[in-house]
Design a protein around this ligand. Structure first.
Ligand code: ARG
Ligand code: ZN
Length: 893
């Protein structure tokens, strides 16, 4: 059954404080839960009569009110209903047990590598004990952990440590108190054999704080970067937003079995090892960047999520969209730190391009499919299915638009007002918007539609230059493309779209911009137009020449822009646009257009040809040393097969693959010498550092190597890749070399693959890469990579139970190897159905993510479509969890 946003009712009962005592044991943990409860002011009627607590997979041992055993209760699958309550406040003491070792869902209290961990967001706390497990019930927690000292020497919970001591029978205890009110989803505990890297810092107020990164003892050397990232995050939030660390200590704990990236539990963040552990040998530049971003993200949640939290789960983007925006800004500032203004701008642009590429490839697809939902959804069956690209990444774009409209200072004013009004409360997306509006003296009623409408808006642009009048008219009109009925129902009216624009002159320079009737004294080169109507014309005056428009600069709104550029115009912008994002964008448009043409030709069985001007345009950017290497790497990266398939009806992944490979080969052969030169010029000397500059050089060098693997004669490349593999002193270069060898052909990679395995046999995260690289391998003509994937599932190091391992092999194959996954015989889909059903029985959250691999089945050619539907129907018939059921039923509806 679906939960609906408009059915929200405030809680009838409040919990003034809670004391939790845990007697930890893997097979059976006992929880003693003592809550001080009262009715909410104004609560009346049926809702205020009985107390209905959530509970999931628990065994109740005893129940007492104000010290007296209580018999007026019923317990069922969903929880516990307590009746005949006192009329005033009372103390409810419950004892229950749960089974951590048997908990394969990794939600609630579970065991990983013999240590205890929790994951409570969104509704995992009810799997630990009975509670009002909803984010608008906030209270203070005192938590006592008791466990065998030898097996569990470290006992951690939220907040500050108040007491530790010994107990009989080799047991010991630790008592923690969190002084800040919080909802249950932010509760956490950890117990086991762990060691910490520690650091003491002083924040601006002068207070000293203790920072800890807890891992298994042998992993301590790999925690330096995570600790540095935490220190940078704390400094950045004080500097940019005036938000200090509020607890005496801040802890990060790494766990190797984890459903997602990380979790912002108050003062005790729990992380997937993937986002904590790194050193030069085992982690790539990409991994280091991920650690910085996720450490930042979870830390920033301390204010945007914890101090101010969500009233209900429909408001999830209130904290996630805002916190993703904050982590993006943090990463951009970190990349730009210490660089010259031009280099800093290039570093920021590279981050922006990366973020937008992810949004367009994944969120736009989500928004066009059966799971489409607004940033603030209206209903869900399983909330865990709504931790989506739309809530996170589109939500971040919505937050970014406030900053685009009001500037950094205006945005900061809005943030300050938001905390002034709502600190310590559970609030809504409307409250955030109201703070932004009030702090900036603006009516933002129309802006609400960004939260309520599903689907990706489109802006069509037409232009007209009047040489005699020296005016340039830009007409913008907005609407949506084809949408599902559910999405269409949300599309109620035009949006307020901040549309940044520049006008590029014939010499490649920006023209000064003056709007007719405008009041600005200066004539900037980029202006943010505010599109509020379905169609609007903006007239620029004193325009000396017919310009080329540079549209939606820096991707100022999450929309699709339609404008009839010629290839020559795109080539010009690709060479000259002063806005780095749009310069990249021009190259992507050029490539996309060529690739869609090639795809159509491939499906018709025609011979493929490419305009040499396209190859030349990419060559110019490759050779342009005034451009940052990171930018050139991005510019040379073609749109993914997944993204291209999204642009076509009746998509044929084999044709898309053939087209993209053809263009890659054309670029490789056509730019052979330039690619070898770029390879040589971008070698990084000296010890490895994951800095923006060094990783930019490595990225360009390795993208060059990757192209060179597609040469008609790749023998020189094979030697180069082999040498790079053997001499690499870091994982970025070693894994890029192995990927290039795999691309030349599996026989070229056998020795390196074996070496990689032996080298990293005991390093789980590195071994994940070994599985992943084989799963995304292209395969020789006629070869079935799926056969390798199946064989790898039988490898002793493979386990479906570990989400990282399952993702590295199965998800990578199903979601990262389009051409092989969509094999014409339907073998990929049958494999997918088997794995979804196997995962469904042990871990519904992970299963449900994999289930989404087929949600765009209607886009594909009829033959594939039928095979996909059959696989979906098989899953629908055998599914147990509501997580997977919601996904496949929406896909089939
Ligand atoms: N709040 C966490 C984060 O954004 C993610 C929690 C995801 N939870 C879930 N059930 N999918 O960092
Ligand atoms: Zn988050």
């Amino acid at each position: 059954v679906a939960v609906r946003r408009l059915d929200y009712a405030p809680p009838a009962f409040l919990i003034d404080e809670v004391q939790l005592e845990f007697d930890l044991a893997p097979t059976k943990t006992t929880v003693t839960n003592t809550m001080r409860i009262r009715r909410a002011p104004g609560a009346a009627g049926a809702a205020a009569r009985d107390l209905v607590l959530h509970g999931d997979d628990l065994d109740l041992v005893s129940i007492a009110i104000d010290g007296r055993p209580w018999t007026a209760y019923t317990a069922n699958d969903d929880g516990l209903t307590v009746s005949a309550l006192p009329s005033d406040a009372f103390t409810l003491k419950l004892v229950n047990t749960n089974r951590p070792a048997a908990n394969t869902s990794l939600s609630g209290l579970y065991v990983s590598n013999r240590n205890f961990f929790t994951q409570c967001e969104a509704e995992g706390f009810r799997r630990i004990t009975y509670f009002l497990d909803r984010p608008d019930v906030m209270t203070t927690y005192t938590v006592t952990l008791r466990a065998a000292r030898d097996d569990y020497p470290v006992l951690l919970a939220n907040g500050n440590l108040v007491e530790t001591g010994e107990l009989p029978d080799g047991r010991h205890f630790a008592k923690w108190h969190d002084p800040f009110v919080k909802p249950s989803y932010l509760f956490a505990l950890v117990a086991g054999k762990l060691a910490a890297r520690e650091k003491r810092i002083r924040i601006r107020s002068g207070e000293e704080k203790l920072l800890q990164v807890w891992v298994e003892p042998h992993d301590l050397p790999k925690t330096e970067y995570a600790m540095d990232s935490l220190v940078h995050s704390i400094e950045w939030d004080e500097e940019r937003f005036g938000l200090p660390l509020d607890l005496e200590r801040f802890m990060i704990v790494a766990v190797s079995d984890f459903n997602m990236g990380a979790m912002e539990n108050k003062g005790l963040n729990i992380f997937n090892t993937k986002y904590v552990l790194a050193d030069a040998q085992t982690a790539t530049d990409f991994d280091f960047a991920g650690i910085e971003a996720v450490v930042g993200h979870e830390y920033f949640h301390n204010w945007t999520g914890n101090r101010v939290t969500c009233r209900d789960w429909f408001q999830l983007s209130l904290k996630e969209g805002l916190t993703v925006f904050r982590d993006q800004e943090f990463s951009a500032d970190m990349a730009a730190k210490g660089l010259s203004p031009e280099a800093a701008a290039a570093a920021r642009a590279a981050r922006r391009i990366d973020d937008v590429r992810g949004l367009r490839q994944n969120q736009f697809a989500e928004d066009a499919g059966p799971m489409a939902h607004p940033v603030r959804p209206d209903s869900y069956v399983e909330i865990n299915n709504f931790y989506t690209m739309t809530v996170y990444e589109k939500g971040a774009e919505v937050v970014r638009m406030y900053q685009t409209l009001f500037g950094r200072d205006g945005f900061r004013k809005g943030m300050d007002l938001y905390f002034k009004r709502h600190d310590g409360h559970a609030v809504t997306c409307d409250d955030f918007r109201a703070a932004m509006a009030d702090a900036n003296g603006r009516d933002l009623a129309q802006f609400e539609r960004w939260y309520s409408q599903a689907g990706t808006p489109r802006v069509a642009v037409t232009t007209r230059y009047d040489a005699a009048a020296r005016t340039y008219d830009v007409t913008l009109s907005q609407g949506y493309g084809p949408s599902s009925a559910a999405a269409k129902a949300t599309q109620t009216g035009p949006l307020l779209i901040p549309f940044a624009i520049g006008l590029v002159g014939a010499d490649g320079r920006d023209l000064p911009l003056k709007l007719e009737g405008g009041t600005r004294a200066d004539a900037p080169t980029t202006l943010v137009l505010e599109l509020t109507e379905t169609e609007q014309t903006f007239r620029f005056v004193d325009v000396a020449e017919a310009p080329l428009p540079s549209l939606l600069r820096d991707f100022s709104a999450p929309v699709i822009v339609h404008y009839d550029y010629t290839d020559a115009e795109l080539t010009f912008l690709f060479a000259h646009d002063r806005d780095a994002f749009n310069r990249w964008e021009a190259g992507q448009r050029l490539a996309t257009r060529a690739l869609l043409g090639l795809t159509a030709a491939a499906s018709r069985g025609e011979a493929l040809t490419i305009d040499p001007a396209i190859v030349a345009a990419f060559g110019r950017v490759l050779r342009d040393e005034s451009l940052a290497p990171a930018f050139r790497e991005l510019a040379l990266t073609l749109p993914s097969e997944r993204y291209l398939s999204e642009q076509i009806d009746d998509a044929d992944p084999a044709a898309v693959h053939a087209a993209r490979q053809f263009l890659r080969r054309a670029l490789a052969n056509g730019l052979r010498d330039d690619l070898f030169a770029a390879y040589d010029q971008n070698r990084v000397e000296g010890p490895y550092a994951p800095s923006a500059i060094d990783s930019g050089h490595r990225g360009l060098k390795n993208v060059a190597l990757n192209y060179l693997a597609d040469l008609d004669d790749p023998s020189d490349t094979a030697a180069l890749a082999r040498a790079q593999y053997d001499t690499a002193d870091n994982m970025t270069d070693r894994s890029a070399a192995l990927a290039a060898l795999l691309q030349i052909g599996k026989p070229h990679a056998t020795a390196a693959l074996d070496d990689f395995y032996r080298r990293f046999e005991h390093d789980a995260l590195a071994l994940d890469k070994w599985f992943a690289m084989q799963a995304v391998r292209r395969g020789a003509p006629g070869e079935r990579v799926l056969d390798d994937v199946r064989a790898l599932m039988a490898h002793p190091a493979f386990s479906l139970k570990n989400p990282n391992r399952a993702r590295s092999l199965i998800f990578q194959f199903c979601m990262g190897n389009a051409a092989q996954f969509h094999a014409a015989d339907g073998s990929g889909y049958a494999f997918w159905a088997d794995q979804v059903l196997a995962l469904d029985a042990m871990n519904p959250q992970v299963a449900s993510r994999l289930a989404r691999a087929l949600e765009r089945w209607r886009k594909f050619t009829p033959g594939l479509r039928d095979a996909m539907r059959a696989a979906l129907e098989r899953v629908a018939a055998g599914v147990q969890s509501k997580d997977v059921r919601e996904v496949v039923e929406k896909a089939l509806a």
